[in-house]
Write a protein of this length. Structure first.
Ligand SMILES: Nc1nc2c(ncn2[C@@H]2O[C@H](COP(=O)(O)OP(=O)(O)OP(=O)(O)O)[C@@H](O)[C@H]2O)c(=O)[nH]1
Ligand SMILES: [Mg+2]
Length: 352
């Protein structure tokens, strides 16, 4: 079997966490699996892919463009995974992305008929987004939240550890009514719950190959995309003498970004801070909105002396402000920790 499925879903909904958990679970219980992280940065190393590799996952990345527009590169990558014995490969798309149903599923099928078996087009959603949609006032990003779900063959309600059983049933029922063409299931990627059901859904399920009209490139699409920006910042940080607390360092940067984004009245759907020592010890901190606590995903076990740092920020914020806030927070925190920086990469993109 050469099964491939796209994982879509808004920034921070848990695509990467789910793909890491699923790839490991599937490999152990069903057959060899692999994951691809996809984002737009040019020549960057993605925090998501590095995290997957540090977590011991069979993982790689496709950068420079959405997989929507590089069907040939994607097909080549899939072939190399199937050649090494993989039975399932999953790839995400950028978290504000829509249109992969047409551009990836139909694109691959037209260019390579019969070569890949496409699993259900899978869309992750978290309870916070369901609550926003239910409220009827999800704001200017409604187009993205709603359209991603319209494209789904399979809706995966993630982060169910954050809600009780009654809320979970209500959310699943609401999703089933509002997106009736999709199957729905609930998981907690963090706790590893629901992975059996998700694995079976991907193994047994097929892509519907529907072609919903999602108004791609239309007014609502442009209005939502016009709010989004991305910053990639990569550097080496070395302490001048002794060692330092890498966990506190990442947390301090995240605190500063959160405070400054809030001060300027913007939002930051996802800031990823990933750092690692040459020996493989690593720390990961996430910020998924100024109204939420900063999450420590993984802690350094030992004090640090020299670390590689990847900061990937997705803002609902003008690109120049996001770049200033992220780089200034990283540089000023580094100065406080007396770190010498060698900057490898800085890239900023406005999505509009
Ligand atoms: N409580 C809880 N948190 C989760 C779960 N899954 C993911 N998270 C957290 O949610 C945050 C975002 O998860 P990611 O997997 O990075 O989200 P993503 O969809 O890949 O985000 P982008 O790459 O920005 O599009 C991280 O801090 C995760 O630890 C879950 O099941 N429960
Ligand atoms: Mg991700």
């Amino acid at each position: 079997m050469k099964k491939f499925a796209v994982f879509s879903g808004f920034l921070g909904s848990g695509k990467t966490t789910t793909m890491i958990a699923l790839t490991k679970y599937y490999t152990k219980n069903f057959g060899k699996a692999a994951m691809i992280s996809n984002d737009l940065g040019h020549g960057v190393e993605l925090a998501d892919n590095k995290l997957a590799q540090l977590s011991g996952c069979n993982a790689s990345e496709i950068t420079d463009d959405c997989i929507c527009y590089v069907n040939d590169k994607l097909a080549e990558r899939l072939d190399s995974y199937y050649d090494e014995g993989c039975e399932l490969v999953v790839s995400d798309i950028p978290g504000f992305g829509v249109g992969a149903l047409e551009h990836v599923y139909h694109g691959l099928t037209e260019k390579y008929p019969g070569r890949f078996e496409l699993g259900p087009f899978t869309v992750l959603v978290e309870p916070k987004t369901v609550a926003l949609l239910k409220s009827g006032a999800p704001g200017e990003l409604e187009y993205l939240y709603d359209t991603q779900l319209i494209e789904a063959d399979l809706i995966v309600l993630n982060k169910c550890d954050l809600i009780d059983e009654r809320e979970r049933e209500e959310d699943l029922a609401w999703l089933a009514v509002h997106y009736p063409l999709a199957d729905v299931l609930a998981i907690s990627a963090l706790k590893g719950e629901g992975l059996e059901d998700l694995s079976v859904a991907l193994k047994e399920g097929q892509a519907s190959m529907r072609k919903p009209d999602i108004g791609y490139g239309g007014e609502s699409f442009l209005a939502a995309m016009g709010r989004m920006s991305e910053v990639y910042f990569q550097y080496m940080a070395t302490v001048c003498c002794g060692d330092f607390d890498g966990n506190a360092y990442l947390m301090d940067i995240a605190e500063k970004v959160k405070a400054n984004v809030r001060l300027e009245g913007y939002e930051i759907p996802h800031l990823k801070l990933l750092a690692w020592e040459a020996e493989g010890d690593y720390g990961k901190v996430d910020l998924i909105g100024t109204d939420r606590d900063i999450e420590v995903v993984h802690r350094f076990e030992r004090p640090c002396t020299s670390i590689a740092v990847l900061l990937n920020a997705s803002g609902e914020c003008p690109a120049n402000r996001l770049e200033f806030i992220v780089t200034n927070s990283a540089c000023s925190t580094s100065a406080e920790y007396k770190l010498e920086l060698i900057i490898n990469k800085k890239e900023t993109m406005a999505m509009g």
